[in-house]
Design a protein around this ligand. Structure first.
Ligand SMILES: [Zn+2]
Ligand SMILES: [Zn+2]
Length: 232
């Protein structure tokens, strides 16, 4: 069995990505990926309020349009398997810029409330059949991002039981300290535009179906690699 090349953290026009879901599928399908996850931002209400006051675009999916988001992923999922043999997993990224953390809910197909405790968010993700991934602790790294999302990572001992994995690679940045403590890990592009595709990726040695993939991540059967467009 060949290993699966996966990118489990991708944004589209449904939040602040440049590409539509369809364009993302074609991009990764042509690159020969085995598995991708669409994980658009779902922002907490205080952050949304701040952005509104500043006159900024909201760049989030909402409780009232999340159904059409998941429907669109579903349609593309069928096309992706047929055309490229590529599995598309639905998801969301809880984007909590008030307390300062991002959690990818991989495999969820329902609204997850971002305005509750970390424990309740991850319980809701798991109750929805999803996997909870502590996303990038980025504050200021090579990719130039500046919002501090270090809350979970600064307190990883407290939150380790709530998280199924930690995103130690994100774009070109690498955050190894939790891996040294034996926590499960993945690595992803956090794609917002086409050129983010050359970045960290997750490699899995399992069957190409959602249940096997979730199990591999929960069991810590993951590898990471830096993908530069010609590695596989
Ligand atoms: Zn994020
Ligand atoms: Zn993201």
């Amino acid at each position: 069995m060949e290993k699966l090349l996966c990118d489990l953290h991708i944004h589209t026009k449904n939040s602040d990505g440049d590409l539509s879901i369809r364009e993302v599928v074609d991009l990764y399908g042509k690159e020969g990926f085995d598995v991708i996850a669409i994980t658009d931002h779902l922002m907490d209400k205080k952050s949304l309020k701040r952005r509104k006051e500043l006159g900024k675009n909201l760049k989030s999916i909402f409780e009232d349009n999340i159904k059409s988001y998941f429907n669109e992923i579903n349609k593309e999922k069928d096309r992706a398997i047929e055309k490229y043999g590529m599995l598309v997993i639905p998801g969301i990224e809880i984007t909590e810029n008030t307390r300062g953390f991002h959690i990818v809910g991989l495999g969820v197909t329902n609204y997850i409330n971002p305005n509750v405790s970390v424990k309740n968010i991850t319980e809701e993700i798991r109750n929805n059949g999803g996997v909870a991934i502590a996303a990038h602790p980025v504050n200021k790294f090579s990719s130039g991002r500046h919002e501090g999302n270090t809350f979970l990572w600064d307190n990883h001992k407290e939150f380790r039981e709530y998280m199924d994995a930690w995103e130690i690679g994100n774009r070109e940045d690498f955050f190894a300290h939790v891996a040294k403590e034996g926590l499960n890990y993945v690595a992803n592009s956090d794609l917002h535009s086409k050129n983010n595709i050359n970045s960290w990726k997750t490699v899995l040695d399992c069957e190409k179906d959602v249940e096997s993939i979730k199990k591999a991540i929960k069991n810590g059967n993951t590898e990471v690699m830096f993908y530069n467009g010609k590695s596989i």
